[in-house]
Design a protein around this ligand. Sequence first.
Ligand SMILES: Cc1ncc(COP(=O)(O)O)c(C=O)c1O
Length: 415
Amino acid sequence: MSGHKDLYQKFVRYLAQTSDEPIGIVVDRAEGCWIYAKDGKRYLDFISGIAVTSIGHRHPEVVEAIKHQVDRYLHTMVYGEFVQDVQVALAEKLVTILQEACKRAVGKSEWGWQYYPTNSGTEANEGALKLARKFTGRKKFIAFKNSFHGDTMGSLSVTGREVYRKPFEPLIADVEFLTFGDINDLERIDENVAAVICEPIQGEAGIIVPPDNFLPALRRRCDEVEALLVFDEVQTGFGRTGKWFAFEHWGIVPDILTVGKALGGGMPLGGFLARQEVMRTFAENPPLCHVTTFGGHPVCCAAALAALNFMEQENLPERARVMGEKLKEGIKELAKRYRSASRGKIVDVRGKGLMLGIEFETKEETKAFVKGCLEKGLIVGGTLHTEKVVRIAPPLTISDEEIDWALKRMSELVR
Ligand SMILES: Cc1ncc(COP(=O)(O)O)c(C=O)c1O
């Protein structure tokens, strides 16, 4: 039994820490919606490794696809040079899914999307920003306050929280931050702007869904000034919000889409997608101006292809919508009792699909709720830019029984 404590000490000693308060579960194994710790406890995963394990942990079809690929080839060449069947198959699948989503959103079916694979979400955004500058020949970027786009220099430059940017300045200079959801602010997007980068639903800001007219107005403004619209769907993509992509909720389509997290079915894979004429700009003047060694690793592509096939077979976006409604209703019920118990209040329960946020009145109450859930075997978390919101993002495969189990644990905390 003391073995896992030893492991924790070594984790603190040998691995660089990102905070003084890691969650600290010592993982033994994970299966479906559950994580099993070395001390014998089990946890229902209600954050999915932050919106990654949307099809659950170690999905058998993903594991099988990985094994099959490992037996054929691993890395053979940097991205873009060799034809790797599994990479081509994934790109075709992803583009097909995206074209169908675009058709549902605006009715047009031919888009000529192409996929450029990356290892992570932040690299996807780096690629999108570079692509926008090179394609438009313009310098400026517009982003939104309280956004999160990743921690490399470019993505950090468009991340809307000064406390995280300041220590690393100078960053990209030409970035202006607008208020997310404020239509009047959109006037500030002008002909100098290469791209506007935006999460359709802000995740780290505390699960912020914009007013219904905001994103269509943003799309119109970008068209007026011929700025590219980049939707960062690293967190919202692949069914999380009850649609394949969040942009479908608003009947609009971006010029560049960035993806990551759930795409790889638990393996590291991201990427950006754009129309062929836009993407072409990376292949010329000069060629090889944006390359990657490992982006689109064949094992990750195999895992992603299996994950996408499963999401499609099971219609997981629709499942996320239905289960999300059930869960949201359950939490709203709980919120009423929370109020009547006159502890710190729950002031809002919001989100779409299985991307939900519970906003508390105080940060102490938020912290106590997260800790209380964890003690009861339920993993929920916070979001980066606020201390008053609890993030709820279970696998989209979550069952009715598991949702009931979680609601029961939460309601024990209310009592
Ligand atoms: C909206 C969004 N964009 C980008 C990223 C960065 O992704 P990664 O951590 O894979 O670099 C995240 C990560 O949380 C995210 O939520």
